[in-house]
Design a protein around this ligand. Structure first.
Ligand SMILES: C[S@@+](CC[C@H](N)C(=O)[O-])C[C@H]1O[C@@H](n2cnc3c(N)ncnc32)[C@H](O)[C@@H]1O
Length: 277
């Protein structure tokens, strides 16, 4: 990947939204509907496993809906996918499969308080400048004790300058994984494929964990899975790739707040989900 620009300041959120709008087709073609082994072999099964039993699930930053569709197929009765990109939400509605889709952003979810058994955020927070408000929104829409499943590009090992280094100066040659400037928060627009630009925001792992804990969420479990066979098969020149995780998955629980009712059935309307108390 090529870093083409350091993006800073107030325009970061707008740049992120515009880039996703422009390149939604790239995402849909290469990462959804069976095209990507990491999703098929690892991400989708993990999310289904970690949200098992949840009947009402909100997916924040749902893209064209592959995670939401999978959750619905696995038994969640009400699945609400939210994404700011019209191109993504339009594709999600066309692909159907049971979920309700709404246009909206992570920092202002069009979802009622305490209405969801689980919230899923998959590969979205690493595009946002500030996660404080999005995390507060997760806490707001979760029912007491509800589950929050967060998937990230591994914050320690997938930094802006990380990647394989083929060192031919030493004899015999060595390959090693360069971590990059881990402690340095950074917003970078990367050319992820020819002519396709996506904005990434790097923050150290501690920023994620401390933000989630400060919002009242309770840590449950974490996984750093080895890249799945389908991914490894595409890069046989790096045999040690099996030991460098690309993904971090975290499961958290919302607080059991005394006195708050568990929400009743949800009704999807235009632009809002209403849940009976
Ligand atoms: C890497 S894609 C992941 C899509 C989906 N979660 C999946 O795993 O298939 C990132 C998504 O985040 C969305 N996104 C970007 N900014 C967002 C924001 N502020 N709030 C919610 N979603 C956002 C993009 O439109 C895009 O669909």
């Amino acid at each position: 990947m090529t870093n083409v620009e350091q993006s800073q300041g107030a325009s970061g959120a707008d740049a992120n939204r515009e880039l996703w709008e422009t390149h939604a087709g790239w995402w849909q073609e290469f990462f959804t509907d069976g095209a990507d082994p990491e999703y098929e072999e690892q991400i989708l099964p993990l999310i289904v496993d970690w949200t098992r039993g949840a009947e009402r699930v909100c997916e924040v930053g749902c893209g064209e809906g592959q995670v939401s569709r999978q959750l619905h197929a696995a038994g969640a009765h009400v699945v609400v996918g939210v994404d700011p990109s019209a191109a993504q939400v339009t594709a999600a509605v066309e692909r159907g499969g049971g979920p309700v889709y709404l246009r909206g952003a992570a920092d202002r979810l069009p979802v009622a308080d305490a209405s969801m058994d689980a919230v899923v955020v998959c590969l979205v927070f690493e595009h946002l400048d500030d996660i404080t408000e999005p995390v507060a929104e997760v806490v707001r829409v979760l029912r007491p004790g509800g589950r929050f499943v967060l998937l990230l590009n591994h914050p320690l090992l997938q930094t802006p300058d990380s990647g394989w280094v083929d060192d031919h100066i030493v004899d015999p040659p060595e390959q090693y994984w360069q971590v990059g400037n881990y402690l340095q928060p950074a917003a970078v627009v990367e050319e992820v494929s020819k002519g396709v630009f996506i904005r990434f925001v790097h923050r150290p792992l501690g920023t994620y964990l401390n933000t989630l804990a400060a919002a009242g969420l309770r840590f449950e479990k974490m996984a750093e899975p080895a890249p799945p066979p389908g991914f490894l098969a595409a890069a046989p020149e790096y045999p040690d790739a099996a030991h460098i995780p690309r993904l971090m998955a975290l499961s958290w629980r919302g607080a059991f707040t005394a006195g708050l009712p568990i929400a009743g059935p949800c009704i999807a309307g235009p632009g809002v989900i209403a849940c009976a108390p």
